[in-house]
Design a protein around this ligand. Structure first.
Ligand SMILES: C[S@@+](CC[C@H](N)C(=O)[O-])C[C@H]1O[C@@H](n2cnc3c(N)ncnc32)[C@H](O)[C@@H]1O
Length: 438
């Protein structure tokens, strides 16, 4: 680029020298001196008389466009200014717009492999259209501050998937105050929900906002029974469901996803969404993300070597993202990095069992043997737009609305939401499973 500019300058210098040296012949020299003698106003009037107003109008339009785009660019920068170390402005200054995600690009984002390479039907265009529709719905949510529950990204993901699949029945495990039940209801207004959760959401109603659904069977309070212990065959037939492949199961109960996957498969369910698909080194339960983080998978596997690029990149990114983990947090002294420092966590980290790398590897092979589709919900928008400061975008797939697309971000209504709702992204995942091939 720089070289092109230099060459271009050299060419124009040469052109000027040739012009001055009289490349056009003596007659032209005469013409040049006469031209200099004519006043500018007369030259302009002559130009208009010869060419009309088209060219001056075009030039004026060009100046107006240039001016307004620089105003838009300038005000966009103003919108991004915030005074903390985690602020998007300093991150952009530090990494550059591409650098927001490029560092970990070299370390990679592990992606579970599906058996037959199948993927989802929907496209980014469908997701953008969905966002446009969902934002006004989300603004009417009964629980405005859903701390410890889902934020905007995952609410959108769950709503979108449920609406796309149009299941005959929806099951959720882990309801808290009922926000996710409300999201499922918005997606499918007339479809039966079964909610499995220790504390009935109506209990929260006494203290503040909560949501209790009228078309929902609650296994809650004294009727609570863990998903793994429910006789799903009899519950399904009680609800008139004969085809279990038409049921959507949503887990937000912080249990080992390996355990839940096996239970769901055994019961005959095929469509599953996990809310908290935690990254390696983070979270309170063993997740699909962690299971598929394997050296043989592109982007998987880690090094605990302190004098390495990975260690340096992690240390640098840790300064900018609350959930980024550096090499010390990632690795146990014995260099165990899988799961969380070599541990398989379960049940909100109430159970924390060490596993060997061989076991971790076998878990991944098992998951691969039953996976038809694995799809991580992208973050709804890049961090320079949402101002989120928690998850490292380098450890996620590219967002639906990418950094720099401020016009789109505003046009579809994302700009109306308060920034705190974008802070809860943990790679929600949709999987489709089937029995292992014989
Ligand atoms: C993170 S909250 C769920 C948030 C909710 N989905 C939302 O979006 O607001 C986790 C919930 O799981 C519940 N829970 C704990 N153990 C559970 C279990 N074994 N089965 C189902 N839910 C469980 C907790 O009581 C809590 O309500």
């Amino acid at each position: 680029m720089e070289r092109d500019i230099v060459l271009d300058r050299m060419h124009s210098t040469r052109r000027m020298a040739a012009d001055v040296g009289g490349d056009h012949g003596g007659g032209d020299d005469d013409y040049e001196s006469k031209k200099k003698a004519i006043p500018i106003s007369t030259r302009f009037a002559n130009f208009i008389a010869r060419n009309g107003l088209l060219w001056p109008c075009l030039a004026l339009a060009f100046v107006v466009v240039l001016f307004s785009s620089s105003v838009v660019f300038y005000t966009r920068s103003l919108v991004c200014v915030a005074p903390t170390a985690m602020d998007p402005h300093s991150r952009v200054a530090f990494f550059g717009l591409d650098g927001l995600e490029s560092d970990f690009g070299s370390l990679g984002v592990p992606w579970c492999r599906s058996k037959h390479g199948k993927t989802v039907e929907w496209t980014t265009k469908d997701l953008i259209k969905g966002l446009e529709e969902f934002i006004p719905i989300y603004e009417t949510r009964p629980i405005k501050n859903n701390m410890y529950g889902m934020g905007f990204d995952h609410s959108f993901g769950l709503w979108f998937i449920a609406r796309w699949l149009k299941p005959d029945l929806m099951i959720e495990s882990g309801a808290f105050k009922g926000h996710s039940t409300w999201v499922l209801r918005q997606a499918m207004p007339d479809t039966r929900i079964i909610s499995v959760t220790p504390r009935h959401p109506e209990k929260y109603l006494r203290k503040g906002p909560a949501y209790v659904d009228q078309n929902c069977t609650y296994f809650a309070g004294k009727d609570f029974i863990d998903f793994g212990n429910v006789d799903w065959k009899s519950v399904m037939s009680k609800h008139g469901v004969t085809d279990l492949t038409r049921v959507l199961v949503f887990f937000d109960d912080h249990q080992s996803e390996l355990k839940r996957l096996k239970q769901a498969l055994k019961a005959g369910f095929r469509h599953i969404v996990f809310e908290d698909n935690y990254d390696t080194g983070t979270g309170d339960h063993y997740s699909l993300r962690q299971i598929c983080d394997q050296s043989y998978i592109r982007g998987g596997g880690h090094s605990c070597f302190k004098d390495s690029d990975e260690a340096r990149i992690r240390a640098r990114r840790k300064q900018f993202w609350e959930k980024a983990v550096d090499i010390d947090e990632l690795c146990e002294p014995g260099e165990a990095w899988w799961g969380v420092r070599g541990y398989m966590r379960d049940d909100f980290n109430h159970s924390n069992k060490p596993i060997s790398y061989a076991e971790h590897f076998q878990n991944s092979r098992f998951v691969e043997s039953i996976l038809e589709v694995y799809w991580e919900l992208p973050p709804v928008a890049g961090p320079s737009l949402t101002h989120q400061t928690r998850y490292d975008p380098a450890r996620s797939v590219p967002p639906i609305v990418e950094d720099g697309r401020y016009g789109l971000f505003r046009r579809i209504g994302l700009g109306r939401l308060e920034t705190s709702v974008f802070n809860g992204y943990t790679q929600m995942v949709y999987v489709q499973i089937s029995d292992p091939d014989p």
